[in-house]
Design a binder for this molecule. Structure first.
Ligand code: HEC
Length: 146
C-alpha cells in the first residue's frame, strides 16, 4: 500500500513537472541572433512579392483571410507547440503556394518571401542573406520572439 502510494506520488510528480520543464525549454526562444537571419533588402523584396501575390488570401499583415494567418501571437504559439521550423514553411510555400499556381516563383523570390515572413514575425535582420540551406532553415524555430 505504501509503495503503491509512493508510485502514485511519482506519477503525479512526473506528470506535473514534465510540462513545466518543457514549457521552460519552449520559453527560451531562439538564441539571440548575433548576425540576424536575413537581410533587409531580402525582406523588402519579399514584402513587394507578398503584397502582389499572397496578400489577397493571407492579408497584407499576414493576419489571414481565405488562407491561414502566417504571423502573430497565436500563429507563433501554435507553430512553437508543433515544433515547426523555417524549413517546413519554406518547402511548403515553395511547392504549394501561391495556391492558384504552386511553385511558380523563383527560388530567390521564395527566399525573399521567407525573409519577409521572418521580419513580420519579429526575427532580426543582419548582414547575411537567408539561404535555402535545409540545416540552417531547420535551426530557425518558428516561435514567439522576445
Ligand atoms: C488563393 C489563395 C491563396 C494564395 C494566393 C496564397 N495562399 Fe498560402 N495558403 C492558402 C490556403 C487556403 C492555405 C491552407 C492550405 C493548406 O494548408 O493546404 C495556405 C497555406 C499557406 C502556408 C502554410 C500555412 C501553415 O500554417 O501551414 C504558407 C506558408 C503559405 N500559404 C504561404 C503563401 C505565400 C508565400 C503565398 C504567395 C506566394 C501564398 N501563400 C499565396 C491560400 C492562398
Amino acid at each position: 500500500m505504501l509503495s503503491c502510494a509512493k508510485g502514485l506520488v511519482t506519477v503525479l510528480a512526473v506528470g506535473f513537472l514534465l510540462p513545466i520543464a518543457s514549457a521552460a525549454v519552449f520559453a527560451q526562444g531562439n538564441p539571440p541572433p548575433s548576425r540576424g537571419y536575413y537581410t533587409k533588402s531580402q525582406a523588402a523584396a519579399g514584402r513587394a512579392i507578398f503584397n502582389q501575390t499572397c496578400a489577397i488570401c493571407h492579408g497584407h499583415h499576414l493576419q489571414g483571410g481565405v488562407g491561414p494567418a502566417l504571423a502573430g501571437k497565436e500563429f507563433l504559439s501554435v507553430s512553437q507547440f508543433q515544433q515547426i521550423t523555417a524549413e517546413y514553411f519554406y518547402h511548403f510555400m515553395s511547392t504549394h503556394m501561391p495556391l492558384t499556381d504552386p511553385g511558380s516563383l523563383t527560388k530567390t523570390q521564395y527566399l525573399d518571401l521567407m525573409a519577409y515572413f521572418l521580419a513580420t514575425n519579429g526575427y532580426a535582420s543582419g548582414p547575411n542573406e537567408l539561404t535555402a540551406n535545409d540545416e540552417e532553415l531547420k535551426a530557425i524555430k518558428i516561435e514567439p520572439q522576445q
